[in-house]
Design a protein around this ligand. Structure first.
Ligand SMILES: [Fe+2]
Ligand SMILES: [Fe+2]
Length: 367
């Protein structure tokens, strides 16, 4: 009895501690690791794993697991599958004598499962979003009290997972929306959607070569395709004119930078802030002879300087109704010659170091 009381106070302490740790962590994988470790310690289990339910493929995969790499199983078999589909707690006393147990994972990993506790993770609509599993209790087997404890810890996992999944979904649709916006400008222009896609990938490559972190590289890949969005504000008469533009017409055309900035700029949104800056600055030149403001050198944002090289390179090597495509050699030598005048020499260097990759992108995403 004394032992049991001691146990309970220990468990309570661990649970309180868990709440504290979780509330100060925002990263989903960190949260799941804390939950997995705590469940293992409280239940005195050998290992734990947290499966996510992939509804589309009717599979469960481990986003967190002790001792193994990612495991993916069909939701139609095994104890975790049973927990996921029935939404009921599963307690297995002797795995190899239990009809619910599926040996495939043991065979694959070499692990010997003896007993199992699996609880479903449900969202606010009572739909299964995953399964929390504990394996091999060190002394004895899992009981109802263990199940209650794992359900309690599982609640934290459900909330964290649901939030993260929602956020990821939101982010995916935001990215789709951004790409659609980039394509919108092309409807009015002779540019193609392959052009904007390539510019995104080129800018990402250059940023990486310049030592920028993965976050920045992703951000510029996402935002540089929107550089010409302001063209939706230019009349078709000018935009689609087959011949050369008069000086007056060209001056109107130049407005697309500032129009793009006005469309995109949003003070509190990092993605749209960078997109707006690129739209505004992609025709600025390193020596100050560009437009709309005649900024020079570091007055132009790095994203603007990178996009300038990527955009010009792609435009030169693409065919347009009014011009033939230049060869790669011609385009490369033009970019080289323009280092220090049109382009930032450091960006040109980074471009030259990745020519091979540029050619691959060009081949992969053709007009
Ligand atoms: Fe432009
Ligand atoms: Fe462009």
């Amino acid at each position: 009895m004394e032992n049991r009381t001691q146990n309970i106070s220990e468990q309570l302490f661990m649970l309180l501690n868990l709440g504290r740790e979780i509330s100060t962590t925002t990263n989903l994988d960190m949260i799941l690791k804390i939950l997995g470790d705590t469940a293992r310690d409280i239940l005195k289990a050998d290992r734990c794993s947290i499966f996510i339910y992939d509804e589309e493929h009717n599979e469960l995969w481990t986003r967190m697991a002790h001792g193994v790499d990612e495991i993916r199983v069909s939701a139609d078999v095994g104890v975790v599958g049973k927990a996921a589909l029935s939404k009921e707690v599963q307690i297995v006393i002797d795995a190899y004598k239990d009809f619910r147990f599926h040996q495939a994972v043991d065979l694959q990993t070499g692990y010997v499962t003896k007993n199992i506790l699996a609880v479903p993770l449900l969202n606010y609509e009572n739909k299964t979003i995953g399964v929390f599993q504990a394996l091999n209790k060190k002394e004895g087997t899992f009981d109802n009290i263990d199940a209650e404890l794992l359900i309690l810890i599982g609640n934290y996992a459900s909330v964290s997972l649901e939030n993260a999944l929602l956020y990821e979904r939101l982010q995916r649709s935001q990215i789709k929306l951004i790409n659609k916006l980039s394509e919108a400008a092309e409807f009015k222009d002779s540019e193609t959607s392959a052009h904007t896609k390539r510019v995104g990938l080129y800018t990402q490559l250059i940023a990486k070569e310049l030592g920028k972190d993965a976050y920045y590289c992703n951000l510029i890949k996402l935002t540089s395709p929107m550089h010409d969005i302001g063209k939706i504000g230019i009349s078709d008469e000018i935009l689609l004119k087959p011949g050369k533009l008069s000086e007056e017409e060209f001056n109107v055309m130049k407005n697309h930078s500032e129009i793009g900035y006005k469309i995109l700029y949003e003070k509190d949104d990092e993605i749209l802030r960078m997109a707006a800056q690129i739209a505004l600055e992609h025709h600025e030149k390193y020596d100050g002879s560009g437009y709309p403001k005649g900024l020079s050198k570091e007055e132009i944002s790095l994203a603007g300087r990178i996009t300038a090289v990527a955009d010009v390179f792609d435009a030169l090597t693409s065919q347009r109704p009014y011009k033939k495509a230049w060869s790669f050699e011609e385009a490369i030598s033009f970019i080289k010659q323009s280092a220090g005048s049109h382009f930032d020499p450091a960006v040109v260097d980074a471009f030259l170091k990745n020519i091979e990759e540029f050619l691959q992108i060009k081949q992969k995403y053709q007009d």
